[in-house]
Design a protein around this ligand. Structure first.
Ligand SMILES: [Zn+2]
Length: 200
C-alpha cells in the first residue's frame, strides 16, 4: 500500500493498491492448496496404420478405391479440396457422398454428411459397416489421411448410436499412408448425444 501512496499521485491507483493488498490477505497466492477427491481419468483408443493401399485386405482396398474415384463428383469450386466417401452397407450395397460447396460458404456440406443422409434415405434401417474417406487436393498433395471435421464426427456418432453398431473408418488420400479407425465415435470423446436431452 505504501508503494502506491509513495509513487502515485492518482487517488485511483492508491485505492486500487489498497484493494489489491486487502484481497491478497484474504486469498493468498502462495500456500498449500488441497485438492480433494480428484480422480485422474484417461481416454485412449487403438487404430491401425498402413503404409499404402496394397497392405489392405481386398474389401477395404476396393472401398478406398471407390472413395478415391468418387472425389471426381465433388463440387468444390471454392476450396478446390475434393472429398469422396463410400460406405459399405450391411446388405452389401455401396453409398457415395462428396462435398458440395456453395457461394454462401456455410451452406456447403461435407462428403460424410452427404453420405449419411443418402444412406439413411436410400436404405432406412440398414446399418453401415465401413466408410472409406479420401480426397483430391487441387492445390497440393493428397498423400496423407484426413479425418472428419467436428460436425461430421457428431453426425457419425449419432448414426452409430442409431444403428447400435460401430462404423469403421478407412482414411487415406490418393496415395500414401492409410489409417483405419474401428469405431467412428471414438473421434468424439465426451460428445453430446440423445441421452443428454432426456430429463430426470
Ligand atoms: Zn465435415
Amino acid at each position: 500500500m505504501y508503494f502506491y501512496i509513495a509513487t502515485s499521485k492518482s487517488p485511483h491507483l492508491v485505492l486500487w493498491g489498497f484493494f489489491y493488498l486487502e484481497s491478497a490477505k484474504q486469498f493468498p497466492l502462495t500456500g498449500v492448496t488441497t485438492i480433494r477427491n480428484m480422480k485422474e481419468q484417461k481416454i485412449s483408443f487403438s487404430y491401425e496404420e498402413y503404409d499404402s493401399i496394397n497392405e489392405l485386405n481386398s474389401i477395404d482396398a476396393q472401398l478406398l478405391h471407390k472413395a478415391r474415384a468418387t472425389t471426381k463428383n465433388a463440387y468444390a469450386p471454392y476450396s478446390h479440396f475434393n472429398v469422396g466417401a463410400t460406405a459399405l452397407m450391411q446388405n452389401g450395397s455401396f453409398v457415395n457422398g462428396t462435398n458440395q460447396e456453395n457461394a454462401s460458404y456455410p451452406v456447403g456440406i461435407c462428403a460424410e454428411r452427404v453420405l449419411l443422409s443418402s444412406a439413411s434415405s436410400q436404405f432406412p434401417g440398414e446399418a453401415i459397416d465401413v466408410i472409406a474417406i479420401s480426397y483430391y487436393n487441387e492445390n497440393g498433395a493428397s498423400d496423407k489421411p484426413i479425418s472428419p471435421c467436428g460436425i461430421c464426427r457428431q453426425s457419425l456418432a449419432e448414426y452409430e448410436e442409431r444403428q447400435k453398431q460401430p462404423i469403421r473408418l478407412i482414411l487415406g488420400g490418393m496415395e500414401g499412408k492409410i489409417i483405419i479407425i474401428p469405431k467412428a465415435s471414438t473421434l468424439l470423446p465426451f460428445g453430446f448425444g440423445s441421452e443428454d436431452l432426456k430429463k430426470g
